[in-house]
Design a protein around this ligand. Structure first.
Ligand SMILES: Cc1cc2nc3c(=O)[nH]c(=O)nc-3n(C[C@H](O)[C@H](O)[C@H](O)COP(=O)(O)OP(=O)(O)OC[C@H]3O[C@@H](n4cnc5c(N)ncnc54)[C@H](O)[C@@H]3O)c2cc1C
Length: 324
C-alpha cells in the first residue's frame, strides 16, 4: 500500500499534474528543435526572388528568408516558442512558491495559479507546439515531407503530446468545467488581477503602451468569455463544452502575452543600461511586437466562437454526418 486507503485518486493526481506540465514542456521542446531546423533551412535554401527586388543578385535565387510568408511562419514560431518557454519557467516558479513563499496567502495564490494554468500549459502549449512543428515542416517545402530531413518525425512526435496525459479536449474541459469555478473563482480572479496590474503599470511607458492596450483588450475578451459561460452554462452545459477549446486558447494567448510584456520590459531595461547582447535584446522587442500584432486579435475571434453557443454544433444526428 502506497499512501492512505481510498486516497489513491488524489495521490495519482499529484503525479498526473506534474506529468501534464512535463508534457507541455515536451511540446515546447519539439517545437523548438523543429523551429531551429527551419531557421537554418530558410537561410540555406534558395528559391524565388524577394518581392522588393533581388536580395542576392549575384546568385540565381534569394534565400527563403526574404519571403514574407516564410517570415510569417518563422516569426509565429519564434513568438510561440519563446513565449511558451517563459510561461513554463513562470509556472515552475509558481510551483516553487507554492512550497516556499513567505506567507500562506502567497503560497495559496501560487498553488491556485499552477492549478489553473496546468491545463493551459499542457493543452494550449502542445496545440501550439504542434502548429510550430507543422509550420517548420512547411518551411522545408517538399523536403519537409522527405523522412531523411527529420521534419515529419518532429510533427509526429509533437502530435502525441496533444493526446496523452489527457487529450487536449479534456484539458480544456478541466480548465472550464473545474478550474474556473474552484474556490469561488479565486484562481481566475487572481490571474485577471495579475494581468490587469501588469497592463496598468506598462501603459504609462510610451514604448509599451500599445502592447499593454492590446494585452488588456485580450484579457477583456477572456473576462467576457468567462462571464458568458457563467450566464449560459447552467441552462445548457453543452455551451461550456462547445467553447472550452476556444477558451483555453484565449487564456493561452493572454498568458503568453503577459510573458511577452515582461520579457520586452526586461529587454528594454537591459538595452537602456547597456547590458547584455544587443542583437538578442532587440530581437526580443521585435518578437514581442509581432506577438502583439498577430496573436492578440485571435482572442476576439475566439470569444465570438464561444458566444455562438452549441446549437448548430449539436444539432445534427450522427446519421446526418453521413448524408452526402
Ligand atoms: C503513445 C501513447 C502512450 C501512452 N502512455 C500512457 C502511459 O504511460 N500511461 C497511461 O496511463 N496512459 C498512457 N496513454 C494513454 C493516454 O493517456 C490516453 O490515450 C489519453 O489520455 C486519451 O484517452 P483515450 O485514448 O481513452 O481517448 P478517449 O477518452 O476515448 O478520447 C477520444 C477523444 O474524445 C475526446 N473526449 C473524451 N472524453 C471527453 C469529454 N468528457 N469531453 C470532451 N471531449 C472528450 C478526447 O479529447 C479525444 O479527442 C498513452 C497513449 C498513447 C497514444
Amino acid at each position: 500500500m502506497v499512501g492512505e486507503e481510498n486516497k489513491g485518486l488524489a495521490a495519482m493526481f499529484v503525479m498526473m499534474n506534474a506529468a501534464r506540465l512535463g508534457v507541455g514542456i515536451q511540446g515546447l521542446g519539439q517545437a523548438d528543435i523543429a523551429f531551429q531546423n527551419a531557421v537554418q533551412y530558410a537561410q540555406d535554401r534558395r528559391q524565388g526572388r524577394a518581392l522588393t527586388g533581388p536580395a542576392d543578385p549575384q546568385e540565381k535565387a534569394d534565400p527563403l528568408f526574404v519571403h514574407p510568408d516564410v517570415r510569417r511562419m518563422l516569426m509565429d514560431s519564434k513568438a510561440t516558442v519563446e513565449g511558451l518557454r517563459a510561461l513554463c519557467l513562470w509556472g515552475a516558479l509558481q510551483v516553487d512558491l507554492a512550497h516556499v513563499a513567505e506567507t500562506e496567502e502567497e503560497r495559496q495564490q501560487a498553488d491556485d495559479l499552477v492549478s489553473l494554468l496546468t491545463p493551459v500549459i499542457k493543452g494550449y502549449g502542445t496545440d501550439r507546439g504542434y502548429d510550430v512543428a507543422t509550420n517548420a515542416q512547411q518551411v522545408f517545402g517538399g523536403h519537409g515531407y522527405i523522412e531523411e530531413q527529420g521534419m515529419s518525425q518532429y510533427v509526429r512526435d509533437a502530435r502525441i503530446t496533444m493526446i496523452y496525459e489527457g487529450a487536449n479536449g479534456v484539458q480544456a474541459m478541466d480548465l472550464v468545467g473545474r478550474k474556473l469555478a474552484q474556490n469561488g473563482g479565486r484562481a481566475i480572479q487572481a490571474f485577471f488581477a495579475i494581468v490587469d496590474s501588469e497592463c496598468a503599470a506598462a501603459k504609462d511607458k510610451p514604448a509599451f503602451a500599445d502592447f499593454a492596450a492590446r494585452l488588456e483588450k485580450a484579457n477583456g475578451e477572456l473576462k467576457a468569455a468567462t462571464m458568458w459561460f457563467m450566464q449560459n452554462g447552467m441552462a445548457n452545459p453543452n455551451n461550456i463544452g462547445a467553447g472550452a477549446h476556444h477558451y483555453m486558447h484565449i487564456m493561452g494567448i493572454v498568458a503568453l502575452g503577459s510573458m511577452w510584456l515582461m520579457m520586452a520590459e526586461a529587454a528594454q531595461k537591459a538595452l537602456d543600461e547597456g547590458r547584455g547582447n544587443k542583437a538578442f535584446l532587440e530581437a526580443k522587442l521585435v518578437t514581442a511586437r509581432h506577438f502583439g500584432e498577430r496573436f492578440f486579435p485571435d482572442a476576439g475571434a475566439l470569444r465570438r466562437k464561444i458566444e455562438a453557443g452549441s446549437e448548430a454544433m449539436m444539432a445534427l444526428t450522427p446519421d446526418q454526418f453521413f448524408a452526402a
